[in-house]
Write a new protein. Sequence first.
Length: 102
Amino acid sequence: MAYTVHQAKTHFSRLLREAEAGQEVIVMRGKKPVARVVPIAPVEGPGKRTMGGFAHLPPVDSSVFDPLTDEQMVEYGFGWMIPEAGSARKESDEPAASEPVA
């Protein structure tokens, strides 16, 4: 279907529906065709997820989930998380902050 510029401006939504339906829409300036309105091809997305999406990855040894030793903690920069041996408070040494002092 061919439309003049004035008709295309007036009925633009109709032109879009026609293009989406697969019709060829031509916009003309006078008797000279200047543009064609065509639908954009649908973009294919990543698709539906399927089970086993990690099947292509190499196997992992279960030892990666084992706890770290104290030496490894220090080596990796987490030494501040290791309690020192002498820092444990004995109940007989000092009263806790919430306990009243007599």
